[in-house]
Design a protein around this ligand. Structure first.
Ligand SMILES: NC(=O)c1ccc[n+]([C@@H]2O[C@H](COP(=O)([O-])OP(=O)(O)OC[C@H]3O[C@@H](n4cnc5c(N)ncnc54)[C@H](O)[C@@H]3O)[C@@H](O)[C@H]2O)c1
Ligand SMILES: [Zn+2]
Length: 483
């Protein structure tokens, strides 16, 4: 209730050019009475029976979008690989405010009589939503933005990529798989190529190898590429798909934490030529199927590197994700915990990407910790620090600057460093030369007209971008980062 399922659902259907149906409206049409009346006269169990039958009727119809209320999840939803369940996540306070204002002059929603009962119900249903959902989106933004986020947000659930055959349909599929997960990814009908992941694969040579394999397999525009692996595999295979025959559809199956909450979302694809990620294209995958169970085999250092990006996202998003990152221990957690961590971090990235797909503005906030982070990564010599490790150091630097320049509460810096350290991440890079970091900062592409422009925080959940902290403070932040 109050998540906006009817407006968001209608908007999503309009964008996709498919029919839209609302389960509540279907129940009322079928019964010839309002939901309030049905509740009053027949009681909740009978209403739920009607609801379940209505949902089954709607799902048996043509492909489209169906809006279903949270109460319906008390009964098992038909679990089908061709049905994607999207959870419109909204804070209880926001939802209550919407329900309350919308109620003026309309019949009272049966289960939303008062604020306390509403909050109890909201809290009680969360577990059911988590179990039923394929994907989670933040439903606080306006409906059009939520619909756009649904189009880019990954499916994150255990068992994936079970839906892969359904997404592929009757098309020929060419699978590009990271050697580390090769045995856990279905074979492609058009062929397959195994890659040894890493920046070496994300090169022009790697790209040529992919193009040739696509040509040998006779791939056409109507075929599809499936890229399964870490960020290096999805970046290079996505770019190969973007460019081969002027663009093939592709599906991402990210298998690292970095991939699941970051690299596979948002359609940036590319390779390294003269600098990291300097040649590429925006090419959105048709679907992103992430299974956090696959992360169980990730080397601890790779997990931690991805966790640094989760902490970054938590600082930007605030709320549940931020609390979750601060409370996270050192390991990979349970599957359910990983699912929630990845879903919430992915939801934030999807929301920002949907708002600014080509990085003309707000998408820049995702670079929190990356200005000094990238410079430290380069100055240490690529391959010395993992990207996520450099981001941990960069986050510490950005928060320190945020305290100095934006009045950020110093406790945020302290608790973030503690969480990063607990995860096994560095927050300083002793031994890396300050001069080399400053030199690399000068070459950073986020520098504009001689100034270093950074993303800083006013508070958790309140980033600002395009801030120039001034030369002296940048110099001090670099000294601190390498101390
Ligand atoms: N496109 C974007 O928006 C975006 C965003 C962030 C990062 N990236 C890119 O992503 C790359 C980093 O991605 P990454 O950290 O996933 O690195 P990666 O692809 O090199 O994978 C890291 C290591 O994990 C192994 N691995 C993968 N899945 C595994 C599994 N399930 N179990 C065990 N081992 C597994 C790989 O073989 C590799 O050795 C960088 O090139 C970066 O530029 C892109
Ligand atoms: Zn990053």
């Amino acid at each position: 209730m109050g998540a906006g399922k009817t407006t968001v659902g209608a908007e999503l259907a309009r964008r996709a050019g498919v029919p839209f149906a609302d389960a509540d409206a279907e129940i009322e049409r079928d019964a010839g009475r309002s939901i309030a009346e049905l509740f009053a006269t027949e009681g909740e169990p009978a209403f739920r029976d009607r609801e379940q039958r209505a949902i089954e009727r709607l799902l048996a119809g043509a492909a489209g979008v169906v809006a279903v209320g949270g109460g319906a999840l008390g009964r098992p939803l038909p679990r089908r690989d061709d049905v994607r369940v999207v959870w419109l996540d909204v804070d209880a306070d926001v939802a209550w405010e919407r329900v309350r204002t919308e109620r003026a002059g309309r019949p009272v929603r049966p289960l939303a009589a008062d604020a306390a009962a509403f909050r109890r119900l909201h809290a009680a249903r969360i577990g059911t939503y988590a179990a039923a959902a394929d994907a989670l989106v933040d439903a606080a933004p306006p409906p059009a933005a939520v619909a756009a986020a649904i189009e880019v947000v990954p499916d994150v659930r255990s068992g994936a990529p079970a839906a892969l055959p359904t997404v592929i349909g009757d098309r020929r599929a060419f699978v590009v798989a990271d050697r580390a997960v090769d045995d856990r990814v279905p074979a492609g009908t058009a062929g397959r190529l195994e890659l040894a992941a890493g920046e070496a694969a994300k090169s022009v040579a790697g790209l040529v190898r992919l193009w040739r394999a696509f040509a040998d397999a006779g791939l056409e525009r109507r075929d599809v590429v499936v890229a399964a692996g870490g960020g290096t595999v999805t970046d290079v295979a996505g770019f190969a798909a973007a460019t081969f025959r002027r663009g093939l559809a592709w599906i991402a199956v990210p298998t690292t934490l970095v991939g699941q909450l970051d690299a596979a979302i948002g359609g940036k694809t590319g390779v390294n030529v003269a600098a990291k990620n300097d040649v590429g294209a925006f090419h959105l995958p048709e679907a992103v199927l992430a299974n956090p169970e696959l992360l169980a085999t990730l080397p601890p250092r790779e997990w931690a590197a991805g966790f640094a990006e989760a902490v970054k996202t938590g600082l930007l998003a605030g709320a549940d994700l931020h609390r979750r990152c601060l409370a996270w221990g050192s390991g990979i957690g349970t599957t359910a915990e990983r699912v929630e961590l990845v879903r919430r971090a992915a939801a934030y990235k999807a929301r920002v990407v949907a708002e600014d797909p080509h990085e003309r503005g707000v998408r820049a906030v995702l670079n929190l910790g990356h200005t000094i982070g990238h410079a430290v990564e380069a100055a240490a010599g690529y391959g010395t620090l993992l990207h996520g490790e450099a981001v941990a150091i960069g986050l510490s630097a950005a928060l320190w600057l945020s305290v100095e320049v934006r009045g950020l509460d110093p406790a945020v810096l302290a608790e973030t460093e503690a969480a990063l350290t607990r995860a096994g991440l560095p927050v300083r890079a002793p031994g890396v030369g300050a001069a080399a970091v400053r030199e690399a900062l000068g070459a950073d592409k986020k520098r504009a007209r001689g100034r270093v422009l950074m993303v800083l925080l006013d508070a958790v959940g309140a980033p600002v971008f395009g801030v120039d902290p001034g030369d002296d403070l940048v110099r001090a932040a670099v000294e601190r980062a390498v101390s």
